[in-house]
Design a protein around this ligand. Structure first.
Ligand code: SF4
Length: 122
């Protein structure tokens, strides 16, 4: 079986083909322009990861939400669980850029951090 994957590691967006055996072993990787593409494609097959960028509710701030992101990639299969955890979280203002809003989200070892400020209201 083969899988075609678009490498998103850089803007070139190479189309990478991964050949996989019936037992799930990676036989070959082709189409990548550099080594990073091979690693990306292998990770997509074995343990795909995604970054999370969203907003989180703020109490007592000049805004109701603050933008945030995962400080590192999260396991793809945990993205919805992490999203629900963020949606059910509310922090108190003030929030500073870089503040950890959710530590070790869903046991992934990755923190959710603020990507902007939210000063206190009044
Ligand atoms: S294979 Fe290399 S050059 Fe191609 S998109 Fe991935 S990182 Fe960029």
């Amino acid at each position: 079986m083969t899988r075609n994957i678009t490498c998103v590691t850089c803007p070139m967006g190479c189309s990478v083909t991964v050949e996989i055996s019936d037992s799930g072993e990676i036989i070959s990787v082709s189409g990548n322009t550099c080594k990073r593409g091979e690693e990306y494609a292998k990770n997509e097959i074995t343990h795909p990861q995604r970054s999370l960028a969203t907003t989180l509710r703020v109490e007592g701030g000049i805004y109701n939400v603050v933008p945030c992101k995962s400080a590192g990639p999260l396991p793809k299969e945990k993205i919805f669980e992490c999203m629900e955890a963020v949606n059910s979280t509310c922090v108190n203002a003030p929030v500073k850029l870089g503040d950890v809003l959710v530590k070790n989200i869903c046991g992934t070892g990755v923190d959710i951090v603020a990507t902007n400020h939210c000063p206190r209201k009044g």
